[in-house]
Structure formats: structure tokens, C-alpha cells
Design a protein around this ligand. Structure first.
Ligand SMILES: [Zn+2]
Length: 108
């Protein structure tokens, strides 16, 4: 079930780019072909991650049609999760190292 954000939520925007824009096969400069938006909770509040996806423009390249996304997106959160690693670790520590109950975690 997808998380429903309250109406009017103000997000902090973080733009992510692919670190190496050269194609791994033909070494041509890859162009931005699409954007992937990911909304999640972090300790800084509601956050919008904008991933700029790139693709090789060479029609004869073996990787033509393959989309590359920024690797740093995984350092912020898991794909399709609604919380960042910081919130996930905070909740996990309190749930398992300290035996906080789920209602206590949600209230905090
Ligand atoms: Zn290529």
C-alpha cells in the first residue's frame, strides 16, 4: 500500500545525477532521458529525491536503450520506501535494542 502524503506537504528537494556520464561500452556522453521522483521521510522532514536518469544516445551501442540511475539514491533509502536510512536505523534501534513498542515509536 502506497504511503499517502498529507495535502500541501512541503518537500525539501534533492537532485541526484549519475556520477559517471560516459557510456560503459562506447564511452559516449550519456544524456538525461527521464526523471524519477521519490518522496520519503528523513530527519530533515519530508524530502523529494529527483533522480536524473541517463541513456546512451548511440544507436549502434549494446547499451542503447538501457537506463542508468544515480547510485547515491541507494545511500539515502531503499527503492520505493517512504523513509530514509536515518529514520529506518533510528526506528530499528529503538525497536530492537531498546524494547520500544510500535505505538511508542509512532508517537515519537
Ligand atoms: Zn553507448
Amino acid at each position: 500500500m502506497a504511503y499517502r502524503w498529507p495535502a500541501g506537504t512541503a518537500f525539501k528537494r534533492i537532485d541526484l545525477d549519475v556520477e559517471d556520464r560516459s557510456c560503459p561500452v562506447c564511452e559516449r556522453y550519456m544524456h538525461v532521458c527521464d526523471h524519477r521522483y521519490h518522496h520519503l521521510w528523513t530527519f530533515e522532514g519530508p524530502t523529494q529525491i529527483v533522480n536524473r536518469l541517463v541513456r546512451c544516445p548511440a544507436p549502434a551501442c549494446d547499451r542503447q536503450g538501457c537506463t542508468f540511475s544515480p547510485a547515491t539514491a541507494l545511500s539515502i533509502s531503499m527503492p520505493r520506501w517512504c523513509m530514509g536510512w536515518d529514520v529506518f536505523c533510528w526506528r530499528g534501534y529503538r525497536r530492537f535494542a531498546r524494547p520500544w513498542s510500535v505505538p511508542q515509536l509512532c508517537a515519537e
